[in-house]
Ligand binder design. Structure first.
Ligand SMILES: *Cc1c(COP(=O)(O)O)cnc(C)c1O
Length: 452
């Protein structure tokens, strides 16, 4: 397997899988009891183990078990958990000031993060940015910009989309359970159209044909002149790592240009080197009018952004965007350090090497198991779609059981998908090659050992 760790600093914790108790261990079980009494049952957790420490590609629990992290806290700790450069930047920043509110007395970190976002996002045109706290909050603000800048209100989203859990972003998100069930009414003027899902679309459907299908529905049901923006994830995240057929995104972006609508890329999960480039939109040369960022951008601290064409971002009236904590100075310092690591350690290259290491193994596994309907993704955003043997019928029970088997063996994997039948891999981009290798071995055993 290729070495993915060139030019990375030594880690603090041993990069190893080490199980010293059954999972969850006694200390985790005690915390689970306190949690059950104190924390709403509405907030779930993938694993019942409580974290005590984490570093690079491992999470260590309160019982001393060391788990291989193939989830990065949902694509957040791309530079590695507690990356030393991020920790040092946070330490330095937090010792000076923790908050002033950028809307009261601004500070340089916010400006510098915006400068970097403007330079790194696709498109060689003048850009401006604003910072927020979470992906959902940033998506909401992208919609505000799109509506204000175009004077239109309709927002078009895709089947299988995930954009967050606030009221507007629930409306934008496709999946009812668990994200929307019983939480309506939802924000109006949101329209859903089919995207491109090569595994489930009619055989041979091209990206251009899938775009034409979406565009026909927009024109018939919404009206081209009503559309403020078309909001898409370049590779869908929670929806199941659905990677559209080549040509789909460029055709949709072109339609937006031709019709005065904004093409808005939600790069919250795909951004910051995750797919082997700074942003997934780069892949087919798409230049979104607005790009939404969060998750991986600040090494684990909460930070999000909206970046777009300067004239669009400036079309909003003064004071129209903001928030108490948006662009917190400590989170900005963390983000600048994380972006430095991404550049200096070539984490985009590391993501490509992870793809080169993982995909052949998953394909070989697919040859051995008729439960794997599809292997897909890009860079270090890779997934298996599980089906009833020999069919394309989704098998959510298999995905749940396989994930649980990995968890029991000390490997953190996540599931996804509208049909909850996708096992997804989002390793930290700094994961040592041998640790990734071992984690994949556990996943292989879990799949081949699943008798369903
Ligand atoms: C996670 C995610 C969001 C929401 O981000 P939060 O920080 O959880 O609010 C929005 N869009 C995409 C594509 C995501 O993956």
């Amino acid at each position: 397997m290729t070495d993915t760790t060139t030019a990375l600093p030594p880690t603090r914790l041993p990069q190893e899988r080490r199980l010293v108790t059954d999972l969850p261990g006694p200390a985790s079980q005690q915390l689970a009891e306190r949690r059950a009494a104190a924390v709403t049952a509405a907030v779930g957790s993938t694993m019942p183990v409580y974290a005590a420490d984490a570093d690079g590609g491992v999470v260590v629990d309160v019982d001393g078990n060391s788990l291989i992290d193939l989830g990065s806290g949902i694509a957040v700790t791309s530079v590695g958990n507690a990356n030393p450069a991020v920790v040092e930047a946070v330490r330095e920043a937090v010792g000076h000031f923790t908050h002033t509110c950028f809307m009261i007395t601004p500070y340089s970190g916010y400006v510098e993060v915006c400068e970097r976002l403007n330079a790194l996002t696709p498109g060689d045109f003048a850009k401006k940015s604003a910072l927020f706290n979470s992906g959902a909050e940033a998506v909401e603000n992208a919609v505000k910009v799109a509506r204000r800048a175009t004077g239109r209100s309709a927002i078009v989203v895709l089947d299988h989309a995930y954009h967050g859990r606030t009221n507007l972003t629930m409306a934008l998100t496709a999946k009812n359970m668990p994200y929307k069930a019983g939480f309506g009414p939802f924000a109006p003027d949101v329209y859903r159209v089919p995207g491109s899902y090569p595994f489930r679309d009619p055989e041979g459907m091209t990206g251009a044909q899938a775009a034409a299908r979406a565009i026909r529905q927009i024109e018939v049901q919404v009206g081209a002149g009503e559309v403020a923006g078309v909001l898409v994830e370049p590779i869908q995240g929670e929806g199941g790592f659905v990677d559209p057929a080549p040509g789909f995104l460029p055709a949709l972006a072109q339609w937006c240009r031709d019709n005065g609508a904004l093409f808005i890329a939600d790069e919250v999960q795909t951004g910051f080197c995750r797919t082997g480039d700074w942003f997934a939109s780069h892949h087919e040369g798409v230049e979104p009018d607005l790009v939404v960022t969060a998750k991986g951008m600040a090494g684990g601290l909460p930070l999000a952004g909206v970046t777009g064409r300067a004239e669009l971002m400036d079309a909003v009236h003064k004071g129209g965007l903001g928030g108490t904590y948006g662009g917190n100075p400590v989170a900005c310092a963390a983000s600048l350090a994380a972006m430095d690591v991404m550049a200096s350690a070539d984490l985009a290259g590391a993501a490509k090497r992870i793809e080169e290491a993982v995909v052949p193994r998953l394909r070989a596994l697919q040859d051995k198991s008729d439960r794997i309907g599809d292997v897909r993704g890009r860079g270090a955003m890779l997934a298996l779609e599980l089906v009833k043997p020999g069919t394309s019928e989704p098998d959510s029970a298999a995905a749940a059981a396989i994930a649980a088997a990995c968890h029991a063996q000390g490997v953190i994997v996540l599931t996804a998908g509208s049909f909850s039948n996708v096992v997804r891999l989002l390793p930290p981009l700094v994961i040592p090659a041998d640790l990734l290798d071992e984690g994949l071995g556990v996943l292989e055993d879990a799949i081949l050992g699943y008798a369903g």
